[in-house]
Design a protein around this ligand. Structure first.
Ligand SMILES: Cc1cc2nc3c(=O)[nH]c(=O)nc-3n(C[C@H](O)[C@H](O)[C@H](O)COP(=O)(O)O)c2cc1C
Length: 161
């Protein structure tokens, strides 16, 4: 069994490396996917962009046994089932873990453009609850939501297999 990870700014890779330290499994970034055999069991990690788990499409010919995705929200948005349906995840366990993001000022190109639009949309909402205010601040100022405890459901599932 190995870990394969697609990470752009490093937050998802932190989880992959944390899991590697806890289990001894080797981590391969998706750009080294040619080193992973098609029969090898894979725990896949990818970051979410507009609801889509990045890198997952590259895994079609591999033996993925669990899918983990990171995003800025506290929980998968709008919910696990919708994310699973959108990403065509069937009969495989899915684990959402909170990732993190760079401050908007440090983002570049299309990512910066899309996140600027997103934050503008959030700011335009009339009734801002505590979660929404946190979401706006996290995107504008950056944050790191990677925590060891977020790996617990995945570790539990692995230990019960
Ligand atoms: C353009 C863009 C779109 C994003 N879309 C989503 C999203 O739909 N849902 C979500 O939870 N997070 C979204 N995020 C946040 C990233 O998934 C999150 O910051 C992730 O942890 C980054 O992982 P990385 O550091 O491994 O690249 C988006 C980020 C960017 C830059």
């Amino acid at each position: 069994m190995v870990i394969v990870c697609e990470s752009k700014t490093g937050f998802t890779m932190k989880y992959a490396n944390m899991l590697s330290q806890k289990t001894g499994l080797k981590v391969f970034p998706t750009k080294e996917l040619d080193k992973v055999g098609s029969d090898e069991e894979v725990i896949f990690f990818g970051w979410m962009k507009a609801g889509m788990i990045q890198g997952l499409k590259k895994m079609k010919k591999h033996n993925v046994i669990a899918i983990c995705a990171t995003g800025t929200a506290r929980n998968a948005e709008p919910d696990d089932e919708t994310v699973m349906a959108r990403n065509n995840i069937k009969d495989i366990p899915f684990f959402y873990m909170r990732g993190g993001c760079l401050p908007l000022k440090q983002m570049k190109g299309m990512d910066k453009f899309l996140m600027s639009l997103f934050v503008k949309m959030l700011k335009s909402k009339k009734d801002k609850d505590e979660e929404l205010i946190e979401a706006i601040s996290n995107i504008e100022n950056g944050f790191d939501g990677v925590k060891e405890e977020n790996l617990a459901p995945l570790l539990k599932w692995l230990s019960e297999r």
